[in-house]
Design a protein around this ligand. Sequence first.
Ligand SMILES: Cc1ncc(COP(=O)(O)O)c(C=O)c1O
Length: 396
Amino acid sequence: MSHVSGIHFLQIPGPTNVPERVLRAIDRATIDHRGPGFATLSLEIQELIRPVFGTKQPVVIYPSSGTGAWEAALVNTLSPGDRVLMAETGQFAALWSKLAKRLGLDVEVIPGDWRHGADPDAIAERLSADRAHAIKAVAIVHNETSTGVTSRVADVRAAIDRAAHPALFFVDTISSLASIDYRHDEWGVDVTVGGSQKGLMLPPGLAFNAVSAKALAASRTATMPRSYWAWDEMLEANRTGYFPYTPATNLLYGLLEALHMLHEETMPAVFARHARHGEATRRAVRGWGLEILALDPREYSNTLTAILVPDGVDADALRATILERFDMSLGTGLGKVKGRVFRIGHLGSFNDLMLAGTLCGVQMGLELAGIPHGDGVTPALAYLAAPATAPQLAAV
Ligand SMILES: Cc1ncc(COP(=O)(O)O)c(C=O)c1O
């Protein structure tokens, strides 16, 4: 390996750039997780993390990747053979439904074109037809990281209510948490799934379940086998600031620092920053003359943009050129859209000049790869350089 000067641009949609403050917080001696210092750390985290989920209810923290929290949501609340309604919005929704099937659940998938979010009307229709209430849960991905499409969670909640259906409601916020407005309590979500490596600005390794009272009640009668993921022992130990097994202590140091940073910036400002960077990126894409994969402007993601390349162009070859020449990693196309799209991550610890550098890197890469394109950087910079007035923020 040879040294590459300057900072690497990690513009995949997670894991994201870990800020210095978080790195320094993690870089401390590990303490006794059964000693008094640990309880102080963990109780403060529990207080500060709830508002990030928009909840006053418990948030379970696992030492795991996000996939573990997907499994935890299902095994804590459901019984073998229970029916779960899922919306196929992209690769991550497909993976969650595959996981559910492997657990022995009866998964009903509403098919999608990977260019739209979960369709509230299709969900309402399916639930209304389910007079016997065979469907025990509805599960959607808030921000589909493979497509850059953000589902309208409040509208899906309204659809469930319209059908007067008692199903539990699960939402994956792995690439929206602490970046795009999210309200676990207000939107009546029963289990919110989260991960550390995106909006929370941490390395991978922590995953979350925010749990409603209804989900907790369901967990008392649900019979799926569970042990590592079981909420009961975790919530019991958490009451006094401890864990039933060894927690990821150093990642928790980092989490506390990240939570302080988010609250210092304030959550509304964090959401507005992501909205602004999402809009600037979309202006760049239009300037390049390329197509945004997301089709409905109401569903544009503010944390990443998936961009279609012209027919005959290999998106991964473009990514390889940009990595080689400019030391910038962009997200690959996943599943059905492999080779057809590349993804720009604009989430987490990020600012205007990082976005400007990112967009310049993409534009230079298009030039080098010989892909016909216009100037996307100038309209994006003009947008970023406009006075950050309230109307500008409201417009995005
Ligand atoms: C929306 C979404 N859900 C789930 C996952 C899976 O999480 P992990 O890879 O941490 O297990 C990811 C990973 O990128 C994701 O973006």
